[in-house]
Write a protein of this length. Structure first.
Lengths: 381, 434
């Protein structure tokens, strides 16, 4: 009797719990639930059944589509041309060789303008060297702290990735232009600036890299990634990783009243409101939600002559601060033009008073200078 | 011409009056609130005068064979920041979708967020070829016309860059919905399920992974588990009823519902099936999540459950809303793990929560709109939304996510966002964190 009662209490409690759950979704008519998904996807999410022409909210054609086929089998040459990816086991790795010395030259001429001297970065393009494994635990939890340095040497798990990527996607403006020997030379240079040894041998300035040596490279951060995707259990490791999402990627908690953030570890420490310190506001085009007439195209699209004016003349002529006639100053320019345009053009071409010949840019032709003068006069009428 | 009687004006509601006198001084509005409105009604020229467009001939209808938005909508555009590029180089950069101006769940094609790694490629559809090979019994080459002969399906799905919100791991930086969450869009995609093509090619049982490779200058490539390919992957050629835009991979891209947009390879060229993962550049050097342990999460595919309030937001504040007005709080929720099942809202920075309503289509791996009617009290608020999906995911707080990942993860940031509404009705991006 007691046992029965106990059981009924448990059932009642379970019912209450499930009612609470449903109440949580009440009012939204829980459309999601009606899709009958199963939480069995590789990523920890839901897969949905395709049954009787219905998949979630979508209908589909239930006719048999097996046997639908189009296209043709590729030729051996076509396969060879496109199946050229380079894998960690050396699949696809070309024959060839190249020295650090040649790589240095190539790097200076084709890479340094973006990636900086010795791969040190600059201009916002990726930094290729100078990282360290130790830096990977850096956390910038306060201003002024050092960032983790994720470079080829400190972060990338496989060398094959680099040689494959350089071959197909670099140099940036003209990818797929390097020969296999140049490819090995550039890779050798990157190993050199990242101070990576091969089989205990330092990749110094004299080093010559080839396919055989490349296959012996062990990247310092090879073990720096999880879940382990290699080998026959790779996919299952991914599944296990996503199965425990609260632990592995973080999850929220369902709380409706008087909620305390469970991750404020210090019991006395309240979560606070953090406001923007230095706002990033240099966006293009500038923020605006105004619905007005756009600026006329004519004033925003500058003529070639106006661009030349901007580049060569505006520094002095935009205002009268430099003593030069300011463009837009009607009266001053009326005086200038009164001398006669031949005289004005001649002064602009040959120089006059404080004004250098052709505004100091001798690359301008006489005709260009005359066009610019006309633009300045027209803009000042 | 303008003999509109006073009587007609008096039929206007008091609410309209407030709208039309928005430009009046604060004191005039205060006076209006005290005096009977009929005594104060000022003539609105937009009513008492004929309009320019009502008294002139409009454009010929074929002026724009491909239609364009009203010229008054010129501020509704994607925006960029040199911070989200290499040195302001817009060949390898990202443009942000103007979420604050979108309605419903479909992003117009010209506003879809864009990420390129080597510029926007212009693939000649006549020279397009797709090769499928590797661990299949029959390798295949298709032209675009041949690909489109396969039976098609259409799905409404979001695409999100996993770096969406990456600028804010250490704290709020942008005072803008467009830049806080604009690396995503939602569209109706049409193409063929990859499983239909593979059915004929005969996938070998040892095939565990698929390499997808693009044909643009960056030769973008990623490794994808075959299990996903067979579940719901598509090869798509249409976006909201027309060909893909070049920015979205014209003529063909891979579509992996709910997974990183970077995995959905644009300008698709080749699919190879194999036993081992490829270790592509964008799944090693980038798109890996470095945690505080110094180890990084790789192959982090799905975009986790997420939500954002789109109205109000920094761009669309409540500065014109009067105390006592009933206003709609609206937003978007989405999850790469499944379908949105619930969204809760908080007005006090996460201490107390109440349920919002979902509205419109509730579709898997798609934006889902939520809504709540709120009586504005003119008091400061800390507005938050917290989404849940049908695989029991609940959106984490900033602290909950930080406790697992740290602050250097760059990618896959899905913690709860906070808009601070101040007593002026202005809206600022803040974070509740410790």
């Amino acid at each position: 009797m007691f046992k029965l009662d106990h059981k009924s209490i448990v059932i009642t409690a379970a019912l209450v719990a499930s009612t609470t759950l449903f109440t949580g979704c009440f009012g939204t008519s829980n459309i999601a639930e009606s899709y009958n998904g199963s939480v069995d996807a590789l990523d920890g999410g839901v897969t949905y059944p395709r049954e009787n022409g219905i998949e979630t909210a979508y209908a589909y054609n239930t006719q048999d589509v097996s046997g639908v086929n189009h296209g043709r089998v590729p030729t051996p040459n076509e396969l060879k041309a496109w199946d050229a990816d380079i894998m960690p086991d050396g699949t696809g790795l070309p024959e060839g060789s190249g020295s650090v010395e040649l790589g240095d030259e190539l790097y200076e001429s084709q890479c340094a303008s973006c990636h900086g001297e010795f791969g040190a970065g600059g201009k916002g393009y990726p930094t290729l060297a100078g990282g360290s494994l130790d830096s990977l635990t850096n956390q910038r939890t306060a201003p002024g702290m050092d960032a983790p340095k994720r470079t080829f040497g400190s972060y990338w798990p496989q060398a094959s990735t680099m040689i494959w990527y350089i071959r197909d996607a670099m140099p940036y403006a003209h990818p797929k232009s390097l020969s296999n020997d140049e490819l090995y030379a550039l890779t050798a240079y990157l190993l050199n600036v990242n101070e990576i040894s091969i089989d205990g041998v330092e990749v110094d300035d004299e080093y010559v890299l080839d396919r055989e040596k490349f296959l012996k490279i062990k990247m310092p951060n090879r073990e720096g990634f999880y879940p382990n995707i290699d080998g026959p259990n790779g996919v299952e490791n991914v599944r296990a990783f996503f199965a425990d999402r609260p632990k592995n990627i973080g999850a929220g908690t369902k709380c409706m009243e008087d909620c305390k953030d469970p991750n404020i570890l210090d019991g006395n420490k309240e979560a606070t409101v953090m406001r923007i310190g230095m706002e990033i506001s240099n966006v293009v085009p500038a923020y605006s939600t105004v619905r007005d007439l756009p600026v006329e195209a004519g004033t925003s699209a500058k003529s070639e002559t106006e661009k030349l004016y901007d580049a060569n003349c505006a520094l002095c002529h935009a205002t009268d601060a430099m003593g030069a006639p300011a463009v837009g100053d009607h009266d001053t320019w009326a005086t200038v033009v009164a001398q006669g345009m031949d005289k004005v053009n001649s002064n602009a071409i040959n120089g006059f008073g404080g004004m250098p010949a052709k505004g100091g840019n001798m690359d301008l032709t006489d005709a260009q200078v005359i066009d610019i003068v006309k633009f300045m006069v027209d803009s000042s009428k | 011409m303008n003999n509109i009687s006073e009587n007609n004006l008096e039929t206007n509601s008091r609410r309209d009056f407030f709208k039309k006198t928005a430009a009046y001084s604060v004191s005039a509005i205060t006076a209006a609130a005290v005096l009977a409105p009929s005594k104060l009604l000022a003539d609105d020229e937009n009513i008492t005068h004929h309009t320019k467009w009502g008294t002139t001939l409009g454009d010929e209808l074929n002026k724009h064979p491909y239609g364009i938005p009203s010229k008054y909508e010129h501020n509704i555009v994607r925006r960029t920041s040199s911070l989200m590029s290499s040195a302001g180089d817009m060949h390898a950069a990202v443009s942000m979708c103007p979420l604050h101006e979108l309605e419903g769940i479909i992003t117009p094609n010209g506003l879809h967020f864009t990420r390129t790694h080597n510029g926007v490629a212009h693939v000649d559809p006549n020279k397009f070829r797709l090769m499928i090979h590797g661990l299949v019994k029959k390798p295949l080459v298709l032209t675009l016309d041949q690909l489109k002969r396969y039976p098609s399906e259409t799905r409404t799905l979001f695409l999100e860059c996993p770096a969406n919100g990456a600028a804010e791991w250490k704290g709020p930086q942008f005072n803008s919905l467009q830049f806080v969450k604009g690396m995503m869009s939602n569209a109706e995609w049409t193409g063929v399920r990859l499983s239909v093509i593979l059915d004929d090619l005969g996938l070998k049982p040892e095939a565990k992974w698929m390499l997808a490779e693009g044909s643009d200058g960056s030769e973008m490539s990623r490794t994808i588990p075959v299990e996903k390919v067979l579940d719901d992957a598509m090869i798509v050629w249409a976006q909201n009823g027309e060909a893909l835009r070049p920015e979205q991979g014209y003529p063909v891209r891979l579509m992996l519902p709910g997974w990183e947009a970077n995995l959905c390879i644009k300008y698709l060229k080749r699919l190879e099936f194999g036993e081992n993962p490829w270790y592509c550049k964008e799944e090693t050097s980038k798109y890996t999540v470095l945690t505080a342990s110094g180890k990084a999460i790789q192959h982090f595919y799905p975009l986790e459950v997420n939500s954002i309030i789109t109205s109000p937001c920094p761009e669309k504040p409540w500065t014109d809303v009067q105390k006592g007005d009933l206003v709609e709080i609206e937003g978007i929720a989405w999850s790469g793990h499944g379908t949105i099942s619930n969204v809760d809202l908080s007005m006090d920075g996460g201490k107390n929560w109440f349920q919002a309503n979902l509205k419109g289509l509730v579709l898997p791996k798609s934006w889902t709109r939520f809504s709540f009617m709120y009586r504005y009290e003119g008091k400061p608020l800390l507005l938050q939304s917290r989404a849940e999906d049908d695989s029991d995911n609940i959106q984490p707080t900033v602290n909950q996510e930080k406790a697992v990942i740290g602050v250097e993860g760059v990618y896959h940031r899905n913690s709860i966002c906070t808009w601070e509404v101040n007593d002026m009705g202005e809206v600022n991006n803040v974070q509740v964190r410790s």
